[in-house]
Design a protein around this ligand. Sequence first.
Ligand code: PAF
Length: 294
Amino acid sequence: MSGALQTVHSVSEMRRVREAATATRRTIGFVPTMGYLHEGHLSLVDVARRHVDLVALSIYVNPAQFGAGEDLDAYPRDLERDLELAAGRGVDLAFVPSDGDVYPEPQTIWVEPPEDVGRRLCGERRPAHFRGVLTVVAKLFGMVQPDVAVFGRKDYQQAVLIRRMVRELDMPVRIELAPIVREAGGLAMSSRNAYLTAEQRPAALGLSGALRAVREAFERGERSAEVLRQRARGLMEEAGVRVDYAEVVEANDLSPVVEAQPASVCAVAGYVGTTRLIDNALLAGSSSLDDSGA
Ligand code: PAF
């Protein structure tokens, strides 16, 4: 691993790379992804780079986190482009396991998300999703054995759950969170944006637009979480989003709040056509919404 991107497919090869890094006292930073990379993923690579000697990025579309009828088969994939982007951003190691590498036998032990954080927001709508995420992240941590792992705030609930998993299961990895990266109009970057047609893009801006309006209302003094969530919901509907949820929640356990605080998080999810999008923002303080032109 000396400047050029090394691509590794098997777990045994991954372990050899890890052992070589340990032997030469080099730390590994890890960015787990499902591929179809965009600037949001690449910004996680930059964050990892600040903390470690070597950056590993995994590309694996994890079937266990997709529910029946969800978009597992349609999920966008372009490995060649991903590897080019990863190499261009200075990733040292691309770990690209197959289903057989990650799940060589039927999985019988799962990391179950806790009843509180795990069952709220996306957890309520996608019941097996976070169990699939936590289990694969735990497995990937076992395979890569990173010193640091970086996740995006865009998947806020996922980030909260992963932090809790690492803490409660005493996993020897430090979790770093990175800000949401937005397109020029404010749309949070996501591989699923690839599903949106040009006609659907204005509606998709309804999510970040609603978050910006909620932050503005909070700044003007509105403290009723109910008023704020109804405002978010109304603006998303006006934009043409079929609202899944619009909630104002406590930042650590994601429980609904009655009186909004600066550190509360507004979390939204909705469908534009058949594409499900999510987004979130802190009610006060610096936010990726401030500089996105949203
Ligand atoms: O955030 C994602 O892309 C996925 O949930 C992750 C963390 C790579 C696990 O499959």
